[in-house]
Design a protein. Structure first.
Length: 419
């Protein structure tokens, strides 16, 4: 992804950016009302532009919206805490970036700033009778918008903290990044040829310590074409690097200025993100399942639900891996994600922590039976290995032979229906 597009996407995903935009719009609308004053008739100005009526309406709106905005902020903090406790702290980023949450809070704060600025302007005689009439009608329209937003926000609060909502959001983010990677398995680059290892003798190190969040491959392709280079990426989004790690190796002469431009194409941050990092969404799902299987939570139903999500995602991944993909960046070489790593990210915690729960173990084995038949050889072999290891763990954890036999039958069922 282009780095500027990536930064813009990150910026627009921040809550404060949306709130600031709505707040600025509220201030500008309040000040721009005077521009529409000539379009108001004298009769309408006399009826709806009375100073006392407009002042009272704006005062009520400002005081009400202050309380509503305070309530919304408190509700959001409660939701964040609930998500961190019930699921995982890594999932709170999705709740913060929730479009309805941002839109509701931004509307309340934008309306509050509109009412405050308009009230000050009315007190300063900025509008006149015709301008006050515009403010009067605008305030009535704003009240209807706020009422509708508040109703939707109240309904949304009843769902946003639920486990089903969190799992749905994480699945959608994981599926989105997975679809992007399916379309470009190596970020659009060519596969790495082991025979070419010796020609990549120039090392470009990372500029900071953290996680690779984005790689601007179009920029790297452009640099490679302009300077007659071939670049081999040694990391993918989600990789943890330090300033001693190489993020790329080059075949050709790389000056200090070019090296800095190459380094700038790698966005490094303190935390992983869902955008280009396919594994992160699966890791979050695995964390939710592992936490649900802990003795403190004891919620195998959530782990079973995560197992179903994993089958949907990995089945699609395995089927798409067999399809040919277009090479977009001929001067770049990049590694490919291992399907075995994806499987361990999402189902590994269930295999490790759920072996003493019969229901979770049976559902895991049925899911692995489905994935054994994937056309992706790496995924099929990894599923077969995990099924065998999970069965051994269950035999070591359970003492009732009937429970062990039930899990073993799920392993042997070549036509598992996941029920």
């Amino acid at each position: 992804m282009n780095r500027w597009l990536y930064y813009w996407k990150r910026l627009t995903g921040q809550l404060w950016a949306t709130v600031s935009l709505y707040g600025l719009a509220g201030v500008l609308l309040a000040l721009a009302a005077v521009l529409f004053a000539p379009f108001v008739s004298e009769e309408a100005a006399d009826r709806f532009g009375k100073f006392e009526a407009v002042e009272a309406l704006l005062t009520i709106l400002a005081s009400s919206l202050l309380a509503v905005a305070t309530f919304s902020l408190g509700a959001m903090v409660s939701v964040y805490t609930a998500v961190s406790t019930a699921a995982t702290p890594r999932a709170t980023a999705l709740v913060v970036a929730d479009p309805r949450t941002k839109k509701a809070l931004s509307t309340f704060i934008g309306g509050f700033l509109f009412s405050i600025v308009a009230l000050v302007a009315v007190e300063a005689a900025y509008y006149g009778a015709q301008g006050r009439a515009i403010i009067y009608f605008g305030t009535l329209a704003l009240i209807m918008v706020l009422a509708w937003t508040l109703l939707r926000w109240t309904d949304h609060l009843g769902r946003v903290g639920r486990m089903s909502y969190i799992l749905d959001r994480v699945e959608r983010e994981a599926a989105s990044s997975m679809d992007d990677r399916i379309a470009a398995p190596r970020l659009g680059a060519c596969p790495i040829d082991p025979a070419e290892a010796a020609v990549f003798d120039q090392t470009i190190s990372a500029t900071a310590t953290g996680y690779v969040q984005n790689i601007d491959t179009p920029r790297l392709q452009d640099l490679a074409e302009r300077h007659d280079l071939i670049l081999k990426l040694t990391c993918l989004p989600g990789t943890f690097v330090t300033d001693q790690h190489a993020v790329a190796r080059a075949c050709g002469t790389v000056s200090d200025d070019v090296a800095e431009e190459i380094q700038a194409a790698f966005s490094i941050g303190h935390a992983r993100t869902f955008d280009q990092d396919v594994r992160f969404g699966l890791i979050v799902l695995g964390e939710i399942a592992g936490k649900a299987l802990s003795p403190a939570v004891n919620d195998p139903g959530t782990a079973i639900q995560v197992t179903g999500i994993a089958v949907r995602l990995l089945k699609r991944w395995g089927e798409a891996r067999t399809e040919p993909c277009e090479v977009r960046h001929s001067r770049l070489r990049a590694p490919v994600l291992k399907s075995s790593d994806l499987l361990d990210d999402v189902l590994g915690p269930i295999s490790r922590f759920g072996t003493s729960d019969v229901a979770a173990s049976v559902r895991l084995q049925k899911a692995l039976v489905v994935l054994k038949h994937s056309p992706d050889t790496d995924l099929a072999q990894a599923a077969t290995h995990m099924a065998r290891v999970s069965l051994e763990r269950s035999r070591a954890s359970l003492v009732v032979s009937d429970d062990i036999d039930r899990i073993a039958r799920a392993v042997a069922d070549e036509h598992a229906d996941l029920s």
